[in-house]
Ligand binder design. Structure first.
Ligand code: ADP
Ligand code: MG
Length: 465
């Protein structure tokens, strides 16, 4: 049973196994740990070096030795602290020692994150010949079947699509699996994904290693049991739910009807910086994107109702700097690693404090600094207070110039009016498209099954975020 209650800052054993040898890093040496000193083999040390990783981060230093010893690991560390490498290195090393196809499966809650994780595996593992396949919803099924038939070593997936393949792709199974990773584990173990995970776990060998990683972990033993860990080590390098020191967090308080005006003012003030603006619904994301564009701000929307090509396209444009503002739903709140993000704006305050931690964690990553500004209206006071309680910090008020902001109102009104017309046009096009059967492969992983898709010849319809 998982040791959900342990909360030390160094590796801790579950159950009664407190006497087991600790991994070979003495406290004094921990500061100077290198990838080699924590047991990473030469080829992988070289790969880290090529990527510019000079020394392991705290979570890597503390988790990798346990993982190399073959233990199940629950890894809890702040956003941007290098968790991906912490689980990728031990898996690649074990693969090198014992190469076999379909060796590891990494699950992530969003498609974009799955692609990003596979890039890390490829960057670290290509030198040792590791092959990776990405299996996510919204992408062509046949090419995924072909990719799986080539028996990759590592499958990075979203749960729904993996399950479809497990049920419907001839000859594909995970019977040889040695490692299972749940990245953003608390999200994967929650209500939305949980039942799917249960089904997947039924067909995966129980004799395997399991790694759970996140910046926010559930302490509910029942939920962790869902992951069927065996005698896990909990490695925790931050206190529960903390945000990084280099992140400056603010709020702005104003009446609800001024939201757009404040957003436009803020983005103008921050011109030249890269920002992600989070809003609650797909429709709102689309509307804000149109509004900003009407005012000459280069914004691109990302939400679960877009086709997968558009989702990846939007992310790439933002990553490459072709667009400086990404307007997104919570589909972009978990795991995405875009080094250039200077600012996160919570246009809508997230209803769950956990989402706040992940959203603001898109900036100030890997030791960089960043700012997060949350909009609070008369309706959001309680939510804001709850967030402050959870992160254990009071947010500062972001200095603003009310008069200058109100001067923008007229231009914003006009842009809002045009945006609403454009929004209607987009929506009526979408409706027509759907009627003709061009659904555009939507949202996240909760899609029609592979067998259904085969029947009707397309690959998606539902969305959540
Ligand atoms: P997390 O999953 O903890 O949010 P990521 O795994 O996405 O963080 O890593 C955040 C960033 O840190 C990535 O750009 C990654 O390349 C970088 N990184 C990872 N390990 C190291 C390291 N040892 N030294 C320097 N940068 C690192
Ligand atoms: Mg991550």
């Amino acid at each position: 049973m998982p040791s959900a209650e342990s909360s030390n800052s160094s590796p801790v054993h579950s159950d009664n196994e407190t006497t087991q040898t600790a991994p070979e890093i003495a406290d004094s040496a921990a500061e100077k740990a290198t990838f080699s000193s924590i047991g990473v083999m030469k080829q992988l040390c070289e790969a880290c070096d090529k990527l510019g990783f000079k020394a392991p981060t705290d979570i890597q230093r503390d988790a990798i030795p346990w993982a190399l010893q073959g233990r199940d690991v629950i890894g809890l560390a702040q956003t941007g602290s290098g968790k991906t490498v912490a689980f990728a290195l031990p898996i690649l090393q074990a693969l090198w020692d014992n190469p076999s196809p379909l060796f590891a499966c990494v699950m992530a809650p969003t498609r974009e994150l799955a692609y990003q994780i596979s890039e890390t595996f490829e960057a670290l593992g290509s030198g040792i010949g590791a092959r990776c396949a990405v299996i996510v919803g919204g992408m062509d099924l046949i090419s995924q079947q072909i990719a799986l038939s080539k028996r990759p070593h590592i499958v990075v997936c979203t749960p729904g699509r993996l399950q479809d393949h497990l049920e419907n792709t001839k000859g594909f199974s995970l019977r040889t699996l040695k490692y299972l990773v749940m990245d953003e584990a608390d999200r994967l173990l929650d209500m939305d994904f949980g039942p799917k995970i249960d089904q997947i776990l039924r067909v995966i060998p129980r004799e395997r290693n399991t790694f759970l990683f996140s910046a926010t972990m559930t302490t509910k033993v029942a939920k962790l049991q869902r992951a069927s860990l065996s005698n896990p080590v909990k490695v925790e390098v931050s206190t529960k739910y903390s945000t990084v020191d280099k992140l400056l967090q603010y709020y702005m308080f104003f009446p609800f009807k001024r939201k757009d005006c404040y957003l436009v003012w803020l983005l103008n003030e921050m011109a030249g910086q890269t920002a992600i603006v989070f809003a609650r619904t797909c429709k709102e994301v689309l509307r804000i994107g149109l509004l900003l564009r009407n005012l000459g701000i280069e914004a691109i929307p990302l939400h679960g109702q877009l086709s997968m090509d558009k989702r990846l396209g939007a992310l790439n444009k933002f990553k490459s700097g072709a667009r400086s503002v990404l307007v997104a739903t919570d589909v972009a709140s978990r795991g995405l690693d875009i080094p250039a993000v200077d600012l996160v704006v919570n246009y809508d305050i997230p209803s769950f404090s956990k989402d706040y931690i992940h959203r603001v964690g898109r900036t100030a990553r890997a030791g960089r600094s960043g700012r997060a500004i949350s909009f609070a209206t008369q309706y959001d006071v309680e939510l804001l207070q709850r967030i402050e309680q959870v992160i254990g910090k009071k947010l500062d008020e972001f200095p603003s110039e009310k008069d200058a902001i109100l001067l923008l109102q007229e231009r914003v009104n006009e842009a809002q009016r045009i945006a609403m017309l454009e929004l209607k046009e987009v929506q009526s096009k979408q409706k027509k498209g759907k009627k003709r059967g061009h659904g555009g492969g939507a949202g996240d992983d909760k899609q029609i099954s592979l067998s259904e898709a085969k029947k009707i010849g397309r690959s998606g319809k539902k969305h959540r975020r």
